[in-house]
Design a binder for this molecule. Structure first.
Ligand SMILES: Nc1ncnc2c1ncn2[C@@H]1O[C@H](COP(=O)(O)OP(=O)(O)OP(=O)(O)O)[C@@H](O)[C@H]1O
Ligand SMILES: [Mg+2]
Length: 325
């Protein structure tokens, strides 16, 4: 059974500057227990994709395509059903989510709240569960009585993960969940997520601009550029032997882990990601591509096989990523 099935997903924001096509025809699949990383530079549509999964996009966004969670179509779900799925089926740990903790409530109460709301347990039972969750993320039970400001950044991030696990989700979407953390804590939190996911057969969709983080945590990797998936395959292969010139640029010049200064643009790759309101013709990457061919400015290439269980969207799929520019 497929846990998450995204087909031909398109998301366009209507804005004063005109239409912003943020996600342009994305197809992705995830089975229970599978881990998929989504990489790409700032603005390539990663968070838009994550938000679309639970219909959390603003009203200005129009969404087309299909999103199935456990076989159920999300885009056509009733609000009641959607609310239930948001709590129990899928948890999203958002970009900068550790700032979302309520400063005036103890963290135990904040973890217990969704459990009380959505499961038939007593208050004492929910508090007990909160303490268990804290210990699963490596925090002592007494931390339940702490306020968010009494915790370090890494500890707060672990509380966010405990909250994401509270209602035993089938799928966790982690959007830059560890980017703000220092290297040591980031490694610790990534290990924790990977361990919990394997132990509980949870599906994990992990979003990051950092290929190295994704390839150490996820079995598969999808690389996005300008709203499209340009390469997908086993993570270590995509990282070690990329087939799309964009993945190659990302892999050879990945930002330093935990260094916000290198977050915007991979070192070594010239130019900026395109403005979605004025996308280049043909392959959107062609103006920055080190191995561009004349036809790249007119032909948009779909994903084609690039090895066993691998696809890439490049006319030079066999040679482009390997030749030195
Ligand atoms: N509410 C909105 N209205 C208009 N445009 C938007 C809106 N939200 C996002 N966008 C645009 O959609 C594109 C994709 O944004 P998104 O947040 O999905 O990128 P991202 O890959 O998550 O980037 P980052 O790595 O910086 O988090 C960007 O060009 C962004 O400017
Ligand atoms: Mg984002």
């Amino acid at each position: 059974m497929t846990l998450l099935d995204i087909r031909d997903l398109e998301v366009t924001y209507r804005s004063a500057r005109g239409d912003v096509p943020a996600v342009r025809g994305v197809n992705l699949r995830l089975r229970p227990g599978e881990t998929l990383g989504i990489a790409g530079e700032s603005g390539c549509g990663k968070s838009t994709l994550a938000l679309a999964l639970l219909r959390l996009l603003p009203a200005s966004a129009s969404v087309r395509g299909e999103i199935r969670l456990d076989g159920e179509e999300v885009l056509g779900m009733s609000w009641g059903r959607l609310r239930a799925v948001r709590w129990a089926g899928t948890s999203i740990v958002f970009q900068g989510a550790m700032h979302a903790l309520n400063p005036v409530h103890r963290i135990g109460r904040q973890i217990a709240e969704p459990i009380l709301l959505h499961e038939k347990v007593s208050e004492a039972g929910a508090r007990q569960r909160a303490e268990e969750l804290l210990s699963q993320v490596g925090l002592p039970g007494w931390r339940a009585r702490s306020y968010p400001h009494e915790l370090s950044g890494g500890q707060r991030q672990r509380v966010m993960i405990a909250m994401a696990l509270a209602c035993s989700p089938r799928l966790i979407v982690a959007d830059e969940a560890t980017t703000a953390l220092d290297v040591m804590i980031q490694a610790q939190v990534l290990d924790l997520i990977a361990g919990l996911v394997a132990e509980r057969d949870i599906g994990l969709l992990m979003i990051s601009h950092d290929l190295s983080v994704l390839s150490s945590t996820c079995a598969r990797l999808a690389v996005m550029y300008a709203g499209r998936v340009v390469e997908e395959g086993p993570a270590h292969q995509v990282f070690a032997d990329p087939r799309h010139p964009y993945s190659r640029a990302l892999a050879s010049a990945f930002p330093t882990i935990g260094d916000p200064a290198t977050r915007g643009q991979p070192r070594g790759l010239g130019g900026d990601p395109p403005d979605p309101t004025a996308l280049p013709s043909g392959c959107a990457f062609h103006p920055r591509c080190p191995v561009v061919l004349p036809e790249c400015s007119s032909t948009q290439v779909d994903l084609v096989p690039a090895g066993p269980e691998r696809v890439a969207a490049c006319v030079r799929v066999d040679t482009a990523a390997r030749s030195t520019p």
